[in-house]
Design a protein around this ligand. Structure first.
Ligand code: F6R
Length: 251
């Protein structure tokens, strides 16, 4: 794992954007794995800015999002489809046909999962996957006690995830209890992964992810086994990593 501790959220967003931009300059038809949540918002802002300056284009890019709430339509303001439109897609030249998100309202969610996985494979797999991390170590919506072998599947959201995501809804009760998520197998098949973490609430889980035991109890810990992961965190999220690196220097 390559770890980059940068000063603040702005530097994190800018560093992540430069990795995505160089990916698209070198391979314009890259398959990007995208995340939602608060953490990648700054990255998307940077991408929009550099795209508008003419540095690169999304014309040939293909995207697959990590997850979608079960039961929410694409037009629902809390759906991840809506989020992606508002945070990124409506400002760039990605083709609508090249955008892929699990359909939270599919008649058969099981079939939707299989089709989604199939589509990723048909595009040759994900070239660059962007991840955030939950306070409980989830990546995508792969919650603690995850089965590492699973591809895209229906997941039950952890109580902590429901609580954490309630900030986007009017009440805790409105947060969907299930979602469709790429599985650990899907994520681990990506050629390159960037995990972003910002703020003090992520410090302990980031430490456990990098230095802890590889265990389904900390889903992100599986990333220790991937051969091309870059972790970009700000000083707050990286606080315990800084201590660890100092200790190692003094041994
Ligand atoms: C989002 C996703 C989640 C988030 C995680 C962190 O598509 O799959 O794993 O990345 O919950 O969320 P934030 O960034 O809001 O702290």
């Amino acid at each position: 794992m390559h770890i980059e501790i940068v000063q603040n959220y702005e530097a994190l967003s800018s560093k992540a954007a430069s990795i995505v931009i160089s990916q698209l300059i070198l391979k314009p038809d890259s398959v990007l794995g995208l995340a939602t949540g608060s953490t990648p918002e700054g990255l998307y802002q940077h991408l929009i800015k550099k795209y508008k300056e003419g540095l690169f284009t999304f014309k040939e890019a293909i995207s697959f999002n990590l997850d979608e709430y079960l039961g929410l339509s694409a037009e629902h303001p809390n759906s991840y489809r809506y989020y992606m439109e508002e945070q990124l897609f409506k400002y760039i030249d990605i083709k609508t046909d090249n955008i892929h998100m699990p359909d939270g309202q599919a008649t058969s969610s099981i079939e939707e999962c299989l089709n989604y996985e199939d589509k990723i494979k048909k595009h040759g797999g994900i070239d660059l996957q962007i991840l955030g991390i939950g306070r409980n170590g989830h990546i995508g919506f792969n919650e603690p006690d995850v089965d590492f072998k699973k591809g895209t599947h229906v997941v039950k959201l952890d109580a902590q995830t429901i609580e954490d995501n309630a900030r986007f809804f009017d009440s805790l009760e409105e947060v969907p209890k299930e979602a469709i998520s790429m599985g650990i197998k899907t994520i681990m098949s990506s050629k390159k992964i960037i995990l972003l973490a910002s703020g003090p609430a992520k410090a302990q889980i980031l430490y456990d992810t990098i230095y802890g035991k590889i265990t389904p109890k900390v889903p992100a810990s599986v990333l220790q086994l991937h051969n091309d992961v870059t972790i970009i965190c700000d000083e707050e999220a990286g606080a315990l990593l800084i201590n660890k690196q100092m200790e190692e220097k003094h041994v």
